[in-house]
Design a protein around this ligand. Sequence first.
Ligand code: VER
Length: 228
Amino acid sequence: EGDMAEVQVRTGFAQRLRALTRAAHEEAESRPFVRALLAGRVEADGFAALLAQHYFAYRVLEDAADRMRSDLIAGPFVSDRLHRLSALESDLHYYLGPDWRGLIRPSAATEVYCARLREVCFDRPECFVAHHYTRYLGDLSGGQVLRAALSRSLGLVDDGGFAFLTFEEIPNRPRFKDAYRTLLDTAGWDGAAENRIIAEVRHAFALNAAVLDELGRRLVPPIPRPRR
Ligand code: VER
């Protein structure tokens, strides 16, 4: 309750998970498409293309969340305040118009990502938590950096088109993330289970990076090679 509350030092699973997946995070956040987004080199249609791919993945992930809601271990991680599907729907409507559903389709990398989500998130609570963590903690962290960059480069005056990156029901994001990390710390996994989660988070980062690379190939003009 005293001074120590301010400088709480964590040594639990949440901190280990973060440290042991840092390289995978750096890989994901250094994809050319992400760089382009952060540098303001992606137009609204490019951001809409990213949202469209997210739509397919979150549909599966949030279906799994409904299944996992009553799970003893995974259940406490599930929170409707995090869920992004209706936000994605309203953003896609904003960018693509009322017929948006007919205008989007999953890329090959998104198909691979969704197949993995279907394979492991519905009956393996640890794997569900791994995928849940990778997306939502990312949305609550890097997603906010992205939001600031995009609102500058796309110059949107209102919040239209930004529902996905806006957590209206989570006004205090640091506190929410802290509570989430406490759940990770206190879930009671043994070493083998923790290792399975770490491996699945790394896998989740790689699946996300592949989706981003595919978007990058479509949207970022390749650097011309010098002619010889
Ligand atoms: Fe990351 N992220 N990130 N991120 N992120 C943080 C934490 C975090 C950042 C910044 C930050 C991704 O991309 C970005 C993830 C997951 C992901 C900070 C903290 C930036 C600037 C970008 C690029 C826009 C991507 C692509 C992902 C996953 C798909 C997680 C899971 C976490 C939580 C780490 C933890 O345990 O605290 C500043």
